[in-house]
Write a protein that binds this ligand. Structure first.
Ligand SMILES: [Zn+2]
Ligand SMILES: [Zn+2]
Length: 214
């Protein structure tokens, strides 16, 4: 197995194909240069048939990892470096291509293995997420993995379900709010502002906190 890097152009193309095949993306595919097309075919990443283009098994695996890097880059820029709006998209596009060779796993661990990008799209899990490494050193971690008495600031809510997000926000669990973990079992209890809130651990897993003193 080789770990040859694909060109950014081909990676972007694979990402769009992935979103089409797996996420109902309806937009146009980026234009590929002759060089990019040659690369795509030489590595057997996609097949063209009857005007349609489909990822091969190998192409799918590479596309998934490229999508993962892109969304992790967004998460990092958005949450840690505090870049917002259109700048996130631009910077992420540049940045993702340098997250090779396990760097994505370090970033994923640092961020507490986030499940979604800042746009709410799922981040395909990596080896680090599947091994469920408890990120003792994560700068941003789900509230459910923090320790009793730990403090921090809510970085973001990862749930894609509007009811969940509304419920958390109604409790005052908003990005930017400071939290203090009171108890972890049997339910997760934390102080947010002047209020003590109890949630189950699934819900606590949707609250990502920038840990104090990290
Ligand atoms: Zn995104
Ligand atoms: Zn991970």
């Amino acid at each position: 197995m080789t770990h040859q890097h694909l060109s950014p152009e081909v990676e972007d193309y694979l990402e769009h194909l992935y979103m089409r095949q797996h996420e109902g993306y309806m937009g146009a595919l980026p234009e590929l240069s002759d060089r990019g097309m040659g690369e795509l075919l030489r590595h057997h990443l996609a097949v063209f048939e009857g005007g349609a283009v489909t990822l091969t098994k190998d192409g799918l695996a590479k596309a998934e990892r490229a999508v993962r890097r892109h969304r992790l880059a967004e998460r990092l820029l958005h949450d840690v470096i505090d870049v917002h709006g259109r700048d996130v998209d631009h910077a992420a596009c540049e940045f993702e291509h340098s997250l090779h060779h396990g760097v994505d796993e370090h970033i994923c661990t640092l961020l507490g293995h986030p499940k979604t990008c800042p746009h709410g799209r799922p981040i395909p899990p990596g080896k680090c997420c599947r091994e469920k490494k408890r990120a003792a050193d994560a700068a941003i971690a789900p509230l459910s993995t923090m320790k009793k008495d730990e403090r921090g600031t809510i970085a973001y809510l990862s749930s894609r379900q509007p009811e969940t997000v509304q419920k958390l926000m109604a409790l005052g669990a908003l990005p930017g709010a400071t939290v203090h973990v009171i108890q972890l079992f049997p339910s997760v209890v934390f102080q947010v502002g002047q209020t003590q809130v109890a949630v189950d651990s699934a819900l606590a897993g949707d609250i990502y906190v920038r840990r104090a003193g990290g």
